[in-house]
Structure formats: C-alpha cells, structure tokens
Design a protein around this ligand. Structure first.
Ligand SMILES: Cc1cc2nc3c(=O)[nH]c(=O)nc-3n(C[C@H](O)[C@H](O)[C@H](O)COP(=O)(O)OP(=O)(O)OC[C@H]3O[C@@H](n4cnc5c(N)ncnc54)[C@H](O)[C@@H]3O)c2cc1C
Length: 346
C-alpha cells in the first residue's frame, strides 16, 4: 500500500471527504491540529487533521478515504505516550471522545469487552463492583485508555500481581490500513485451518505470520529477552506454538504500526479485599531499585516507588551555589533596565 508524503496531499479535499464519510467528527481547523500536535513527550508533529470516530463503521469509512489519498494514520487514546507514539503528521484517529464504552462485563467469566477509548479507571470501577479489577494500572490510570495501553503494552504497580497489558488481553477486533477486519486471539490448528479455508486477506496475513514464526522460531526461543517488563519491539514470541499462535498478544505493543484496535476482550482478576501498605525508606533511588527483586519475592500485589518531595528535598535538587544568588540579582537588574528603557520610549 503506497503512502504518499503528507506535503503532496490535497488537504482541503481530504477534509471534505472525511467530513462527509463519518458520522463522528473530522476536524481540520488549525486549533484542533495544534491541540493534537503534542503528547506527553518532547516531540511535536502537526497532524493533517483529526478524525473522532463515533463507531467502528466510521473507522472503516475514514480509513477508506485515507487510503485513497495515501495518507499515513495514527491512533490516539489520551496522548500520554512518553516517546512520541501518539503524534504524527498524518491523520489522527482519536478514540477517546466517542468510542469509550464498556460493552460487556461478565463477572463469572471474569472478562470485559471494551472499546479502545475506555479509560482504565472506568473499567476498574465497573469491575470493582464485582470484586474484580483490571490489574494493569499505569500511573496515568485516571485518564489513559485501553487502546493506548494496548498500543504501548502498558504496565503499572499492580503488574506484580497481574502482569502487563499483553498478559490481560484475550482477543481483539482489529482493522489494518488496507481495511482488513479481523478478530484475533489464540489460534489453534483447527481455527487456523478455518481462516485459511475462508481465504482472502486474513488468510494471507495468518499464513505469512505463521511462516515468519516457523522460519525464526528457534531464534525467537533462544534470543528473546526473558524479562518481565519487555515492551520494546513486537511480541514475536506470542506467535510460537507453545504460546498458542496468539495474534492478539503479538499485536499488543505495536503502537498502531500494524492495526487499529476497534474492540478488545480483556481478563479481570479478583481484587484482594484487604490491603496492607508497607513503606520502606531508602537513602536514594538506586538503593531502592537494588531491593526490588527481594520485595517482589514477598508476593505482594504491587511494588511502587515514591520520591519524597519535602521542602528539604526541593532545596537539594537546586544545590546552593554561590553563583545562584548573583545570577538572580543580575537578572533582576537586567529586567529593571528593560522596564526603564520602555518607560523612556513611552
Ligand atoms: C506521568 C506519566 C506517568 C506514566 N506512567 C506509566 C506507567 O506507570 N506505566 C506505563 O506503562 N506507562 C506509563 N506512562 C505512559 C502512558 O501513560 C501509558 O502508556 C498509557 O497507557 C498510554 O495511554 P494513552 O491512552 O494515553 O495512549 P496514547 O499515548 O494516546 O497512545 C499510546 C500508543 O497506543 C496507540 N494507540 C492508541 N489507541 C489505539 C488504538 N485504538 N489502536 C491501535 N493503537 C492505538 C497510539 O498510536 C500510541 O502508539 C506514563 C506517562 C506519563 C505522562
């Protein structure tokens, strides 16, 4: 699929076609573009425009327009990504405004079906009514979305108890840039055969992924780093037969480079009814980190690190330096000179 440079795109036509294609919103005004040009990282990229889909059909329709114009796309939840994952010069799909519903919660099966824009804490609050929880809680849990967490393979303090996002995703409804829509998850041989028999683009994708896995299986087994917080790179190990050829989990953490997530079924865990907090003080962050493995072995449900920001601490972060006072005085005098000059000019 050819993606053209965003510079050669007819933005006016693209905007008009997107506005008429979706039931939600397509915003191409400068204010909206500026609003979406940043996330929580240091990067800034002004998008061509923003689509706020009302439902999955809007995504299908908007993608069709983007494809025709050959423009790149990027998905966005709350935009708290720290490495520029949620900014792009293409068309931005913001799932947080309309596609943020909890579609189903089954306390017996301990599962929830969610739209990508659902906020983590909204899911946790609903699960909490049944003594359950979604174990992944990044520090941004009161605003980050399930789609963004899946995009980033997020984790949080409770990951000690329940793993990362990848460990809690059961299946996903996804769409690729070329418009192929699939429900993906663990795929046994029977399901694989069914997909191949149905044919079309899904069959091609499944087959090629299986070939890729078979070609590199031994390398993946021997070389993939076995660390609990591995979120960089694609989860190729989830394609291995012993992991159930799990396309959903392989797609977690792909940061919108492979698919847009339209819906996901996630696992819920029992929420421990009682909590005890143990606070341990360390002289510095490095010493605290040295003790994490030891603390993790105690089988608590979370380990977190807090820095104490008392008045004394603030003073320490700006070490007293004989020049500090002089620099401040020089700045004050310079500002006074500028004010005087302005008064004189007036
Ligand atoms: C102060 C602070 C603290 C943080 N603490 C943590 C932490 O404790 N643990 C942690 O893991 N992270 C942490 N983060 C990073 C970030 O908050 C999390 O990764 C969060 O889950 C991202 O969610 P979001 O909705 O903001 O996603 P966004 O930033 O909007 O998106 C993240 C990625 O997901 C993709 N994406 C979004 N929606 C979809 C979709 N529907 N389909 C496909 N891809 C999609 C985006 O394109 C992007 O690549 C922190 C960030 C900040 C600013």
């Amino acid at each position: 699929m050819t993606v053209t440079s965003t510079r050669t795109v007819n933005r006016g036509r693209l905007a008009r076609e997107l506005v008429s294609a979706v039931e939600g919103e397509a915003r191409f005004d400068d204010g909206s573009r500026a609003l979406y040009a940043n996330d929580a990282s240091i990067y800034r990229q002004v998008p061509l425009g923003v689509v706020l889909p009302r439902h999955a059909d809007d995504v299908v329709a908007a993608l069709e327009v983007c494809r025709r114009h050959g423009v790149p796309i990027v998905a966005r939840g709350c935009g708290t990504g720290l490495a520029g994952q949620s900014v792009n010069a293409g068309v931005m799909f913001d799932f947080s405004k309309y596609m943020h519903r909890l579609l189903d919660l089954d306390p017996k099966a301990r599962t929830a079906r969610v739209q990508p824009g659902l906020i983590c804490d909204d899911l946790r609050a609903a699960a909490g009514e049944h003594g359950l929880t979604f174990a992944v809680d990044p520090a941004t849990h009161d605003r980050c979305t399930l789609g963004g967490m899946i995009g980033n393979n997020s984790c949080g303090t409770h990951s000690v108890m329940g793993g990362k996002t990848v460990d809690n995703v059961l299946s996903m409804d996804v769409i690729t840039y070329d418009g192929t829509r699939m429900t993906v998850g663990a795929t046994d041989d029977e399901q694989y055969a069914r997909v191949l028999a149905t044919g079309g683009r899904p069959a091609e994708i499944y087959q090629r992924l299986r070939e890729l896995r078979d070609r590199h299986a031994e390398l993946i087994r021997s070389r993939f780093p076995d660390v609990p917080r591995r979120v960089s790179g694609y989860n190729l190990d989830d394609l291995l037969p012993e992991k159930g050829f799990n396309l959903a989990r392989a797609l977690v953490g792909t940061e919108c480079t492979c698919v847009l997530v339209l819906e996901a079924t996630v696992r819920l865990l029992p929420d421990p009814p009682h909590h005890t907090l143990l606070v341990v003080g360390f002289p510095d962050a490095a010493t605290a980190a040295d003790h994490v493995p030891e603390l993790a072995r105690q089988r608590g449900d979370r380990v977190g690190v807090f820095r104490r920001w008392g008045a004394g601490q603030h003073r320490q972060t700006r070490p007293a330096h004989p020049r500090n006072g002089r620099v401040a005085r020089r700045r004050r005098l310079a500002a006074r000179r500028v004010r005087r000059r302005h008064r004189g000019a007036g």
